[in-house]
Design a protein around this ligand. Structure first.
Ligand code: UD1
Ligand code: UDP
Length: 368
């Protein structure tokens, strides 16, 4: 069996690291294509080094400009060319998550008649304004193996008419990576570096277009942060999209004036995990962080109206609060004062063995 994996963005590197390790353990021939969608050293190289990912066999360096559909087309064509070079042809292309590189990789493989495996299939926010939702639906439509992380994924796919024999509930590879690196992350010196006391600061990440691409929405969030930082330090590793918009909307001054808001560059995986694991509360609009905080048992307030990951709300520590300023402040203060529910459980199969389940299924299916 020959497998090609496609990665392009920070969460892709994290999610696929566990799977690639498992593929290599079984001595399966593996080719890695990096689409270059994320390219800053702190969004890409750092994760390859920390997670021990193999060097990409192909690194596409595209100038991704224009609309999302133009970007998808550029990526799809370049991935297709890279796949066409493979001799012998690969048996399977693995894509993960819901970013442009995911759907572009799936489409390129589909066009060439190569089977597609989608890891993290079936998640639905039912919010058509999110590009990720279209990416998920399109990728699932053309995938041959749909590996789901939570039961809602199976339900969504069955409702959409996907053949049940293509759907495999395997658990969560992002949690495989987290459990694998949890001990090592404890060696991080990030708390000392920033003068933070355990259990006495908030972690913040923001990068959703609905929160940061519009000046009014971004300012609304800053007004929330102004209040919270009066009570507790907030550490904010700034995503490149968010950084660009801080400059564009001239929000630097406002941010600088918040004395308890600590701004950093995007952090490496181990530092970031250590930071989350010792925090009082995480405020985020990230997909993956909703899942990681659930497993770490850290309260998470998600600044979005919906989530494609309902298990994190129903079973985990996640609370959806949109960006209603009063509500976010109220709920954050409750979390800071330890006044929130604590009987939480870890979703089924988020046990560190998802990658192993995936590889076992693939080996069985591709047995000659
Ligand atoms: C992308 C995904 C999003 C995912 C996020 C993870 C899409 C449509 N969006 O959002 O689902 O949650 O990654 O972090 O695929 N940039 C840099 N340096 C980098 C990376 C990006 O400067 O290393 C800039 C880009 O040039 C662009 C902006 O940041 O101007 C946004 O990048 P892009 O990859 O389009 O989307 P993200 O917001 O990163
Ligand atoms: N992350 C990180 N450093 C940071 C911020 C996030 O390593 O400064 C990790 C985080 O732990 C999670 C992943 O990046 O594993 C989430 O990526 P992101 O929020 O960019 O994407 P999303 O999950 O929203 O698609």
């Amino acid at each position: 069996m020959k497998i090609v994996s496609i990665v392009g963005t920070r969460p892709n590197f994290i999610k696929l690291s566990a799977l690639i390790e498992e593929i290599k353990k079984h001595k399966i021939e593996h080719i890695l294509i990096h689409t270059g969608q994320h390219y800053d050293a702190r969004m890409s190289r750092l994760f390859f080094d920390e997670l021990g990912l193999p060097e990409p066999d192909e690194h596409l360096s595209l100038n991704l400009e224009g609309s999302l559909s133009e970007q998808k087309k550029l990526l799809r064509d370049a991935i297709r060319t890279a796949l066409e070079k493979q001799e012998p042809k690969s048996d399977l292309v693995v894509v993960v998550g819901d970013v442009t590189s995911t759907v572009a990789g799936a489409e390129a493989a589909y066009e060439l008649g190569i089977k597609v495996a989608h890891v993290e299939a079936g998640l639905r926010s039912f919010d058509k304004s999110m590009p990720e939702e279209a990416n998920r639906i399109e990728t699932d439509k053309i995938s041959d193996f749909l590996f789901t992380t939570e039961k809602s994924g199976n339900d969504n796919l069955l409702k959409e008419g996907v053949d049940k024999d293509k759907i495999f509930f395997v658990g969560n590879v992002m949690i495989d990576t987290l459990l694998k690196h949890k001990e090592k992350a404890k060696q991080s010196k990030i708390l000392e570096e920033w003068g933070l006391d355990k259990n006495n600061y908030v972690v913040l990440t923001l990068h959703r277009p609905c929160n940061v691409d519009n000046k009014e929405s971004f300012e609304n969030i800053l007004s929330i942060l102004e209040k919270i930082q009066e009570k507790i330090k907030i550490v904010f590793p700034v995503h490149p999209r968010t950084k660009k918009n801080i400059e564009l909307f001239k929000l630097d001054e406002k941010i600088k004036n918040m004395k308890n808001l600590i701004i950093t560059e995007p952090l490496g995986y181990l530092d970031f995990m250590h930071l989350m694991a010792n925090s009082k509360l995480v405020l985020t609009d990230s997909g993956g962080i909703q899942e990681e905080t659930t497993v770490l048992g850290i309260p998470c307030i998600t600044l979005r109206k919906n989530t494609e990951r309902p298990a994190t709300v129903e079973q985990g520590t996640n609370l959806l609060v949109s960006a209603d300023a009063n509500k976010v402040i109220e709920e954050s203060l409750k979390a800071i004062d330890n006044k929130i529910k604590s009987n939480r459980k870890i979703p089924e199969l988020w046990d560190g063995n998802a990658a192993e389940r995936i590889v076992n299924i693939l080996m069985e299916r591709f047995k000659k």
